[in-house]
Design a binder for this molecule. Structure first.
Ligand code: FAD
Length: 383
């Protein structure tokens, strides 16, 4: 694995860094307090190509590689995880699934709009009663002539109230578990689909997370993506790559913690000199630095495997597990360096800690990733 960046990759990272400085950093505190990032960020993300980074050019994307995608998600995560999540879901989970599994018609209908930011996608897998055990979801899609009628509920859906299309997972067959699950592209203006914002989140407060209620939602049979009964494969293949982007976002959080903590330690004086000169403070800083490097290298390895056509699902679990736990540790250590000032939101580390915390929960909790890694090691499922 070549750890150097190509000229194009370095340019993409610079572009993302400039974008964050210009369009995100000045607004982060206000968006967090208002519990909403400014909706115009979607169009801006589209105009610089971040919403179609890894989508082929013929469908409106830029045909970029997965390391470039990691670099962009890391920079966005360094700026604001709420914004990073918009890209990770609309591009990483929805547009990528359409590009991989969709019919030519579905690609032509959705990809150019998702890449430009004219449309936003959301990923509807989790339900009130099924989170980790997603294969046992209960939302039902029943065939009726040349249509399906969908009834059920989805929970914690990122981009939920902003989205124009839901990649929705529903049970179409009597088979238990993953075998009876199919995937549909459901426009959010379809009658019978109601959305409600979930307020009061600990972190990712700028992001539109929603509950969806589906009551007699009728979609044409052509809205199904991938063959009937293959929906769970669509979800799992999306999440295997999605976890790389969550991991990259966590590297961004950890890097932001390192930058903020080193700068603050150099400025803050106690006992007559900067706290940067204290061994116990340096321990906090070096612990953060080691976590940043380790999380970044594990994440880049996933991108490298994808580009080289090697298996990457377990590597993705390893990276997501490590990077998400590391982001929480780094934010907690950075807050310690800031002392009492870390506890108020005029300083960045409190928000970084709140945003980091959910990373160990979504796209597979830490426990679920340990079970996935354990199964890969032993061949025995311990779920
Ligand atoms: P549960 O599955 O009920 O887990 C509770 C606890 O039990 C956890 O600690 C878990 O690790 C543990 N546990 C469960 N099973 C086992 C086991 N077999 N062995 C050991 N421990 C176990 N979902 C989407 O579909 N789309 C989205 O866009 C999306 N965005 C989200 C955004 C936010 C802010 C949040 C909070 C969640 C989001 N989710 C989304 C849902 C997320 O993926 C789920 O919350 C997650 O999968 C966990 O499910 P749960 O919350 O129901 O917890």
């Amino acid at each position: 694995m070549d750890l150097g960046l190509s000229e194009e990759q370095a340019a993409v990272r610079r572009l993302a860094r400039d974008f964050v400085e210009r369009e995100i950093a000045p607004h982060v505190i206000a968006w967090d307090r208002a519990e909403s990032v400014d909706r115009s960020i979607v169009e801006k993300l589209g105009s610089v190509g971040f919403l179609g980074l890894t989508i082929p050019e013929e469908y409106g994307g830029s045909g970029g590689d997965h390391l470039s995608y990691c670099l962009v998600t890391e920079e966005l995560g360094r700026g604001d995880s709420s914004v990073r999540g918009i890209v990770s879901v609309s591009l990483g989970l929805v547009a990528k699934s359409i590009a991989h599994w969709g019919s030519e018609e579905q690609k032509r209908e959705w990809l150019p709009r998702l890449c430009s930011g004219e449309a936003v996608g959301c990923f509807g897998l989790t339900e009130p009663g099924t989170g980790s055990d997603a294969a046992n979801l209960t939302t039902k899609a029943v065939r009726d002539g040349d249509a399906y009628v969908i009834d059920g509920a989805k929970m914690f859906i990122t981009n939920g109230t902003w989205a124009d299309v839901v990649l929705l997972f529903a049970r179409t067959g009597p088979e238990p578990g993953h075998k009876g699950v199919s995937a549909f592209l459901v426009p959010t203006d379809t009658p019978g689909l109601e959305r409600r914002v979930i307020h009061g989140k600990l972190g990712l407060r700028g992001q539109a997370t929603a509950e969806l209620a589906l009551d007699g939602v009728r979609v044409p049979a052509s809205a199904m993506i991938a063959p009937e009964g293959k929906g769970f494969s669509v979800a799992m293949s999306a999440l295997a790559k999605g976890r790389m982007s969550v991991a990259a976002g966590c590297v961004g959080i950890a890097q932001a913690c390192l930058d903020a903590a080193v700068a603050y330690a150099g400025e803050r004086e106690q006992f007559g000199s900067p706290i940067a000169g204290r061994q116990l403070v340096q321990e906090l800083l070096s612990d953060i630095a080691v976590d940043v490097d380790a999380a970044r290298l594990l994440t880049w390895r996933v991108a490298d495997h994808i580009e080289r056509g090697l298996p990457f699902a377990t590597e993705s679990s390893v990276a997501k597990l490590y990077a998400s736990e590391a982001a929480v540790r780094c934010a907690n250590n950075a807050l310690q360096v800031f002392g009492g000032y870390g506890y108020i939101d005029e300083y960045p580390v409190g928000k970084l800690l709140r945003d980091a915390r959910v990373m160990t929960l979504y796209e597979g909790t830490s426990q679920i990733h340990k079970l996935l890694i354990g199964r890969a090691l032993t061949g025995v499922s311990a779920f």
